[in-house]
Design a protein around this ligand. Structure first.
Ligand SMILES: Nc1ncnc2c1ncn2[C@@H]1O[C@H](COP(=O)(O)OP(=O)(O)OP(=O)(O)O)[C@@H](O)[C@H]1O
Length: 247
């Protein structure tokens, strides 16, 4: 397992947003976390990636305790979280967005903007083009991000993460606002990346599209993992049907 959580808990003023969560993320696989609104999925990702502090429990990455390490330290270890491209960066081109991603793992917007105009090494530019080509958006390299469709922006977000050489990609709703065809393309690209050893931990609501691509599914409700398994069989479990109906 590349990542594991052990009895991970997070409280907000008495609310148990995470309640002793145990998950295992296998290397080279896509692990999906689902659950009704407010069940704790984003909180789980935020705690794993160091954006929130855990109140109890532990996170291990490659056997090392990484609990409550800040995002930039996790980035150095090979864990990257994707984010929607913030507004100021939308004025930059697609290529520029990839180039500054490498320098700004922590996603500080101010830092990103001040560093945006430093000279770029040839090697970084070559790498950026390779990634754009892989994602099928190399023709958009000189386009301002603000002119892209929602789906194209998602691909740029993934491209930014790929600039980092990370091994574990943590993504919150990578398909939100993306049309079905492009969603399938994105998931297909993720599967190809799994083949070269990359690992994905994702939260996604679009179950109709995503389930066939993922290796393992965890279902959350009220801060707890209530079911786990492979693809479609999980969502047919009575306890899962129940939480979705109740929601
Ligand atoms: N920063 C915060 N402060 C206080 N409460 C929070 C905070 N973040 C999340 N919560 C609460 O924790 C619970 C879990 O929220 P979370 O966003 O993790 O759920 P989710 O499963 O990602 O939901 P959604 O599918 O709607 O995004 C919710 O009750 C939410 O209101």
């Amino acid at each position: 397992m590349i990542l594991r959580t052990f009895s991970l808990s997070k409280f907000f003023d008495g609310l148990k947003a995470l309640d002793r969560v145990n998950i295992e993320v296998e290397e080279g696989k896509i692990t999906l976390v689902i659950g009704p609104n407010g069940s704790g999925k984003t909180t789980l990702i935020n705690v794993i990636t160091g954006f929130y502090k855990a109140d109890e429990g532990r996170v291990e990455y490659k056997g090392e305790d990484i609990t409550n390490k800040p995002p930039h330290e996790l980035y150095k270890k090979g864990i990257v979280r994707t984010f929607q491209i913030p507004k100021p960066l939308k004025k930059l081109t697609v290529l520029e967005n990839l180039l500054i991603a490498r320098e700004n793992p922590g996603e500080g917007i101010i830092g990103a903007l001040t560093k945006a105009y430093i000279p770029k090494e040839k090697e970084s530019v070559e790498k950026a083009f390779e990634i754009l080509e892989f994602l099928g958006i190399e023709h958009l390299w000189d386009e301002e991000a603000q002119n892209l469709s929602g789906g194209q922006l998602r691909l740029v977000e993934i491209g930014r993460a790929l600039m980092s050489d990370a091994e574990l990609f943590v993504m919150d709703e990578p398909l939100a606002g993306v049309a079905p065809k492009l969603s399938h393309d994105i998931l297909g690209r993720m599967r190809e990346l799994c083949e070269i050893g990359k690992t994905f931990l994702i939260v996604e609501h679009r179950l109709d599209i995503v389930l066939e691509y993922v290796d393992k599914v965890y279902v959350m409700a009220s801060g707890r993992i209530i079911a786990e398994g492979k693809g479609k069989e999980v969502i047919e479990k009575p306890e899962v049907v129940e939480v979705y109906l109740g929601a």
